[in-house]
Design a protein around this ligand. Sequence first.
Ligand SMILES: Nc1ncnc2c1ncn2[C@@H]1O[C@H](COP(=O)(O)OP(=O)(O)O)[C@@H](O)[C@H]1O
Ligand code: SF4
Ligand SMILES: [Mg+2]
Length: 377
Amino acid sequence: MSTARTTLQRTTVDDIITRAGDHEHVLTVEDLTVAFTRRKRRIEAVRGVSFALTAGRTLVLLGESGSGKSVTARAILRLYGRSAAVGGSVRLGDTELTTLEESWMRGIRGGAIGMVPQDPSGSLDPLRRVASQIVEVLARHDVEQDARRARAFGAGLLERVGIHDPDRVLDAFPFELSGGMRQRVAIAIAIACRPRVLIADEPTTALDVTVQAQVLELFTELQQELDMALLLVTHDVGVARIVGDDVAVMYAGRLVETGRVDQVLAQPGHPYTAGLLDALPTPGIPRGELLAIPGRPPGPDELMQEHMCAFAPRCRFAQPACESHRPPLVEVRPAQAAACDLVEPLALRPRGTVRPAASGSAGRTRPAGSLSQGGVR
Ligand SMILES: Nc1ncnc2c1ncn2[C@@H]1O[C@H](COP(=O)(O)OP(=O)(O)O)[C@@H](O)[C@H]1O
Ligand code: SF4
Ligand SMILES: [Mg+2]
């Protein structure tokens, strides 16, 4: 590629990134659909998902395993290439990413939009020392081309993510580091170019509890420092409670509830969200009394009638009408929307108050829940 072309590309990508900062919503996802083809069958993993990310705020994408969270995250970065049919719109500021030229997209990926995966082994090259992986990212995004200065820059990044002996870590191979260290390195690489948006897909799931808490705190600090919009994907309501400003609850490829974390977790508007809260380990409630949601979510390749509520087979409020009716996401309170219009929101228990009678849990009270080890996978 000629230097002129590279410079033009760089300028264009820089311009896109700069303009993104001028928008209230730095990233807007509208009516996103992602479908795969498996054995000649169309598998719809994401079905019409919309949300927007704001600088300095964290949106938690919450849901059980298989609900389509990772597919959504990966589709934003266009990581599927031709292996999936992606519809809808993903805009960084005012730039449409779904149709952006791939060479420019490479400047966006890891530049304007950073990604931290669940398992850092997925993003770190096992055969290369940490230093060379950081130096490469800095060079690719034109942050620092000089290898010695890039190494020094990398050491600073590692210190920023809480690594006290950066030189040792720079010279290490990923397998020589603990899981927590590897995740910190992955975070350092993801923020190396000061992204506008950081996507973290289950970033603490593989870590033990103490390290989980430290890494979540690190995310919050970095987000404020860099004024990033953070999209945090998790199956764990406890993680949502700690780091989230806003939450989008996902079920069977769709969003079933959206709103501010404090409001949604205190007064869920959808039976699925209420079910996730019921399954959360809570002080004073023995594990055996937790109310797990019965059954399991439908896989995207299971035949699912478009005209019914996908949660109906597991919903303790289900009525015959739910088999022939799929409620859209509508406002249930200011700034809170839910895709269920058949349940009185009061029946979904404001937390800490007495729940009206419902099968198996009548009148039980419980204090606000703690942090969980118990997710909802
Ligand atoms: N590349 C793929 N090809 C076919 N199906 C996929 C692919 N990636 C994910 N899926 C399916 O899409 C569904 C949603 O997956 P995913 O987004 O990974 O769920 P999660 O919410 O746990 O992150 C899963 O049932 C998964 O099997
Ligand atoms: S529409 Fe029916 S099945 Fe779906 S969440 Fe509401 S009550 Fe439950
Ligand atoms: Mg996932």
